[in-house]
Ligand binder design. Sequence first.
Ligand code: C2E
Ligand code: MG
Ligand code: MG
Length: 399
Amino acid sequence: MVSAKVGHQETFHVLVISMANFHSVRESAGVEFSQVLMKQIVRELQGALKKIGLFSLAGDKLAVLVEQDPEKLEGVVRAVQGVLGEPMVLGDMNIQMEANLLQIDFPQEVATLEDVMDAVDYADSISFEDSDGHVHHGSAEILTRKRRESKVLQVMRKALARGTFEVYYQPIYSSSLERFHSAEALIRLRDEELGFISPEEFIPMAEKNGMILKIGEFVFRTVCEMMSREKIWEKGIEYIEVNLSVVQCMQEDICEMLYGIMDEYEVPYSAINLEVTETTIAREFLWNTMERMRVGGVTFSLDDYGTGYSNLTNILKYPFHIVKLDKSMVWYAMENDSAMRALRHTVAMIQDLSMHIVAEGVETVEQKRILQEMGCEYLQGYFFSKPVPEKEFLARLAG
Ligand code: C2E
Ligand code: MG
Ligand code: MG
């Protein structure tokens, strides 16, 4: 049907109806019930749409093909919302469907049959992102984004299966010792086709689909294995900072996993510092995890301080060893007087609270000087070193 229209170069809208809660209805009420429910939805929609074609698509989605006429489209949207806005009555059950609508305009927004099909495939995730009862547009831009996302997901799966994620280390400079005294472990992903993929891009995706648990464990194991093999603490590195995702912190057995790996490689607990962000703090369980790790001697850093919604009570309430000033805060201070004053006070306050400071994003000798004058003890940034592979990191410590 769609292909015939595409073939004839007709212009039309595809309105994809995706029911966000259909899957959970099937899970709780069973397959048979959900089939009956779907039949009823189709019947009621057909009744409301009259002669306008309604199609079933894979993945419990439905689609309506409408000719390009704003009034007709509006009528269809209203009819669909009218049916699905009310609970479906099935026997003595009332079920409120959560319908998301995706409008794809052919050929203005999406130019080939393949794109139409891709947009339909992506309907769930597109509408899920900001489902607010409005009609979403399946634009070429969204398609490009979604295609990239599924490619990156594929690359991540492959990298996990083959163990080809890498861990880089970025040394952290101690102003008082005038040498590197710790380092941050940062994950790296490279693909033949896509090239370097930034963790800023793939970590949030891995957090969404749970893959972060395996990735996090891989990073922690790699770090512990390296520390133990190289006896890193004998090379002047007191601890390695490892980023811990909020999803990892939500695992009940997170402490067992971390202790288990440190024990396996006989890594002293005090040689590990876990970096968490304020999103993690927002969850109650962090307190528990922190306490259980701290009794062993593991320390914590509050990462990304100065971004988003930095909250003073967070650093008062939780026993952080280190506060890491985000590079954006550092950079902004270098170009804005008020921001510089705010930074100065922030540094003084953190010190007064007996916590250590790492300033991130130090790229120039001037920045180094200003931050040191302010009293920033630890400095991290390209001025000292970019994150580098293990071998290069070890060579730097020796040199
Ligand atoms: P983050 O934890 O705040 O890490 C610091 C980021 O700043 C790193 O980016 C580092 O390469 C970058 N950076 C350090 N100094 C400079 C500088 O002087 N100039 C500039 N332009 N950048 C600098 P990266 O490696 O791209 O990581 C981005 C974020 O991804 C990290 O931010 C962290 O939130 C996340 N991430 C990285 N590795 C892991 C990991 O193993 N686990 C988890 N959960 N998250 C990770
Ligand atoms: Mg970090
Ligand atoms: Mg940071």
